[in-house]
Ligand binder design. Structure first.
Ligand code: CP
Ligand code: NVA
Length: 300
């Protein structure tokens, strides 16, 4: 494993290895055991979109590992003025030991990896969000003590989160049921990937997807960069919500997870959100531990 560009690139074994390492690093951090595996290393963090969790968890994680996190806003870099990503990759590879990038196009992340000579970590693109899904899998495993055989449900937009969740959950043996409205399905590459799995289902009916679920996920109706479509999407996604009605068909002890930020009364009701706040904020914390594992694996 040289980079973390998308879940599709990881084998099932590599995913489990990252989760196991994350468990170990979480234990070390909680018990004050030094784990400065990245002493003297620098991670550049390029942001072309807003972030709370990704920025703070990578920055803190790098510090806890004994390394240095360098925040780079793309609007203040030459890349924001049109310097090609191919050149940026080759220049930054001379200074840094790894790059985390949050941007729009997946292609840009792939190019950074192609032209650079250091590990590249995808901190979210329009196509996928692998760091989030590693933290999600870590959280599910903590609560349920396993992944294999669990029923996972995703309700909402077939967006970056859906794309990564589908691949990550199928690769770890979960049964995956997804409810998306017509016109907002997951990416074609992901739908092609699911063809090899008989335990994958795509429906337009949220309750059908939620039946017997052990864990339910959702995400915002309009992602970053889709602000101008927000009103249109409010109509298209009406009913694609995790609420009491949907929860009534899931298992009684089902988890509800959300990558955050959440829009209450849109994709999830405030009531269900607060009833599941414990696991949702554990999930947010697990960004830190999962990403520390990714950094140690790639940069250690
Ligand atoms: N879930 C997530 O990636 O959050 P941020 O946008 O705050 O980084
Ligand atoms: N789908 C959301 C995820 C945010 C973490 C977005 O891209 O804005």
């Amino acid at each position: 494993m040289k980079h973390l560009l998308k879940m599709m690139d990881l084998s099932s074994e590599e995913i489990i290895e990252i989760l196991n390492l994350a468990d170990q690093l979480k234990y070390e951090q909680k018990h004050g055991i030094p784990h400065d595996h990245l002493k003297g290393k620098t991670l550049g963090m390029i942001f072309e979109k807003a972030s709370t969790r990704t920025r703070v968890s990578f920055e803190t994680g790098m510090y806890q590992l004994g390394g240095y996190p360098l925040f780079l806003s793309s609007s203040e870099m030459q890349i924001g003025r049109g310097e090609p990503v191919e050149d940026t990759a080759r220049v930054l590879s001379r200074y840094l030991d790894g790059i985390m990038i949050r941007t729009f196009k997946q292609e840009e992340v792939e190019k950074l990896a192609e032209y650079g000579s250091i590990p590249i970590i995808n901190g979210l693109t329009d196509y996928c969000h692998p760091c989030q899904v590693l933290a999600d899998l870590l959280t599910v495993r903590e609560y349920k003590n396993k992944l294999d055989g669990l029923n996972m449900c995703y309700i909402g937009d077939g967006n970056n989160m859906a794309n990564s969740l589908i691949v990550g959950c199928l690769k770890t043996g979960m049964n995956v049921s997804v409810a998306c409205p017509e016109g907002y399905h997951p990416d074609k590459t992901v739908m092609d990937f699911t063809k090899a799995y008989s335990n994958f289902k795509l429906t337009a009916d949220p309750k059908e997807a939620a039946a017997d679920a052990d864990v339910l996920f959702t995400d915002v109706w309009a992602s970053m960069g889709q602000e101008s479509e927000a009103e249109k999407r409010k109509i298209a996604f009406k009913g694609y919500q995790i609420n009491d009605d949907v929860m009534s068909v899931a298992h009684g002890d089902a988890l509800v997870l959300h990558c955050l930020p959440a829009h209450r009364e849109e994709e999830i009701t405030a009531k269900v959100f607060e009833e599941h706040a414990a696991e949702i904020f554990d999930e947010a914390e697990n960004r830190l531990h999962a990403q520390k594992a990714v950094m140690v694996k790639l940069m250690g």
